[in-house]
Structure formats: C-alpha cells, structure tokens
Design a protein around this ligand. Structure first.
Ligand SMILES: [Zn+2]
Length: 394
C-alpha cells in the first residue's frame, strides 16, 4: 500500500516538468556568467537520455562532423558520444555547465524553452514541416563548422570565433532561438514552392527569427530584471536615445534598437529585416509605456511628445519621475513589460498561418500582425510599422 502511494506521488511529481540550466546569453558576456535554472513543461517521464523525446533528440558526434547540406540529411549515422543521462531525480540540472556533455543538454533545453513559448502563443502544438520524412528534429550540438543552421529535419550548431577563441553555438541561446524561429515559421506557413522574385520571404524569415530570439529572451526573469534595473524602468527614454545600441550586452536588444527605415536599407536579407525587427521592439516598448502611464508609473505627457525633441532638463524630469516610481513599485514595471511582450508575441505567432510564403511581402506580414492584435496594441503596431515605412501611413 505504502509503495503504491509513493509511486503515485512520484508519477504526479514527474508531470510537473523538468529542470534544466540555460544561459540567457553566452557565458562570456559580462553579467551573464551564471545560467538560469528553468522548468520546461515537458514531464520528466517523457524525456529519455540524450536528451530525447517524441519530438526531438540530440545526436552528439564523437568525431568532427561536417555540416548537413544538399548531399546529407539526418539521421546522423556516424559514431556518437554516449547520450547524457538525467540525475537520480530525473532532472537535467545536475551536470556541470562547463563540461562537454552539457552542450547536448543546453542545446536541447534552449529548443524546448523556445517551443514552450511559441506553442503557448499559438495555443496548439507545432508540427514540424518535415514530419512526413522525419518524425523528430535531430539536434547536433557540436559540428565542425563556423556556423549554425536549421534545415529539413535538423538543427546543427558549430562554433564562433570570438577574438581567436572558439565558442560553441550550443551555449548561445540567441543563435539557437533564431534557428528555432526559422523552423517555427516554416512549420506554420509551410515551405515555399515557388518564391516570387519580388517577394520578401527570406527577409521576413530573418526578421521573424530575430523577433523569436528577442521575445524568447525576454522570458528569462533574470533578463527582464537586468534590463529594468539597468534602465531604471525607462525603456522608452533609453530606446529613443539609442542608449541600448551603444551599451547593451544583449545582442537581441542591440539589433532591435536600430533606427532603420525601409528607404535606408539594401536588398541584403538581414539588412532588409532590420526595420521590421525595430518596429516590433518599438511596439513592445510603446505598449509597456502606455501601461505604465495607466498605472501612474510614468508621466502621461510622454505619450504625446516626440522624445527626440525634448530639452535636456525636461528629459531629466521625465526620467526621474519614472525612476522614482520604479524604485517604489518595480513589480508593475515587470508586469507591464511581460504583458507587452506577450501581446506582440501572440500577434506575431498567430499571423503566420495567414501568410503565403511564395508571395509574402513585408507589408503583408506587418498587416497580418496588426490584424492579429487587439485594438490598442494593433494601433501601436500600425504606428510603428508606418514609421519604418513598411506600410503606408493611414
Ligand atoms: Zn536566419
């Protein structure tokens, strides 16, 4: 009887989810040396060694593996390292984050973390676009390659050369989240069969993937706390002055705080993606700010002025008022930022299904995101897409 009760308890505990460590930024970035402990929604009894589950698995090559390309596709059939096992409690947070096996766990955890977020926004599970051929995504945590890519049935991570030091992309949440963004987009819009030459499929893919990385990054409590403490809650004022771009250690934030408009970009896909990413970040900041004003945490006059035209002393007055409110009720700031993040994230996710990948243009994508958002959020998105010259002013 006693045994039976323990079993029932164990099985109920196993359904709670599974613990992992994730570095929100690569550990060589100052301020991000320590990983965050996260709970992934997947129950412990659904993860096997590797880690692996019904939806994905890690295959860690024993020898240097060349990247998949046109000639090669999963499954990886070479010699593999021993699959990583969980601890006795079946969580995966017992392995030294500086050890080689940790690369496999970290890559897996990042993919799952991002999927948890975007499946929540979509309200249903994501089905891989390649599931006719491969039921599961293969994750290669370390390939002998100075790059990372996601493709038909796989996500593989090489290394980056930072000042002569090789850093595995498996520890880079930003890179992994971006690649998962590509997989999510293709799984929702489906694979293009004949891309129109004046279409923006590739630029939008890059923009969407960068937004996935940015918004997923804002799901780490430690990241939101750092951002708000560093700016003392003044995202709007700092953003307008481009302070993030100068000083932010987070790549996602630096990228998203650009001031590019469509008239100033080239046809190179990453360059052409920048105004879209900027519009998304500006919208999150604008929604956040509107919420702060509604809660008496920021001066309402700020909603109507062009901040770039503020005199220095006015600017300081506004900034001090927000900083004072932040020191008294930081919780409101955090709630406002997470609500803004989720309003925009959900609109982005639900817009995907309405897009035709063959004829997709950035203005169509922007309009689809606006259409997927609620009233006031839609209005702010529209304003920001118009300022970026992605859509016309109405
Ligand atoms: Zn990309």
């Amino acid at each position: 009887m006693r045994l039976l009760r323990d079993d029932a308890l164990n099985s109920a505990n196993a359904r709670l989810g599974t613990r992992f460590w994730i570095y929100p930024q690569p550990p060589f970035i100052p301020g991000y040396e320590q990983p965050d402990r996260v709970w992934l929604s997947i129950p412990r009894d659904e993860i096997g060694e590797g880690p692996s589950d019904l939806f994905m698995y890690v295959a860690d090559p024993l020898y240097d593996k060349r990247p998949y390309g046109l000639a090669g596709l999963p499954p990886f059939d070479g010699a593999r390292r021993a699959p990583v096992r969980p601890g006795p409690d079946r969580h995966f947070d017992n392995i030294d984050p500086t050890s080689r096996p940790f690369l496999a766990i970290h890559a897996y955890a990042c993919v799952r973390f991002v999927l948890d977020i975007w499946q929540s926004y979509l309200g249903r599970p994501i089905h891989w676009f390649f599931n006719q051929s491969f039921p599961r995504l293969e994750i290669i945590p370390f390939a002998d390659w100075d790059n990372a890519q996601a493709g038909y049935g796989f996500l593989e991570l090489g290394w980056s050369d930072v000042d002569g030091i090789l850093r595995p992309y498996a520890l880079n949440f930003d890179t992994i989240a971006h690649e998962v963004g590509h997989l999510i987009m293709l799984s929702e819009t489906d694979v293009p069969t004949a891309i129109s030459p004046d279409g923006d499929f590739f630029s939008f893919s890059e923009a969407f993937s960068d937004c996935v990385s940015l918004i997923s990054f804002l799901h780490f409590d430690s990241a939101i706390d750092r951002l708000l403490r560093r700016t003392r809650g003044n995202l709007l004022l700092y953003n307008e002055l481009n302070r993030f771009a100068e000083t932010s250690p987070e790549r996602q934030i630096r990228l998203a705080t650009n001031f590019r408009q469509m008239s100033a970009v080239t046809h190179e896909v990453h360059d052409r993606a920048l105004p879209f990413v900027g519009a998304i970040f500006d919208s999150i900041v604008a929604i956040y700010h509107r919420d702060l004003v509604a809660n008496g945490c920021a001066d309402s006059r700020l909603l109507d002025v062009d901040i770039r035209e503020l005199a220095r002393d006015e600017f300081d007055t506004f900034r001090q008022a927000t900083a004072d409110a932040f020191s008294i009720k930081p919780l409101y700031f955090k709630l406002a930022l997470t609500a803004a993040r989720d309003a925009v994230g959900a609109a982005l996710a639900t817009a995907l299904r309405t897009l035709d990948p063959n004829t997709l243009r950035l203005d169509q994508a922007a309009n689809a995101v606006i259409a997927a958002a609620d009233g006031a959020v839609a209005e702010l998105l529209e304003e920001n897409f118009a300022w970026r010259e992605i859509i016309g002013s109405r």
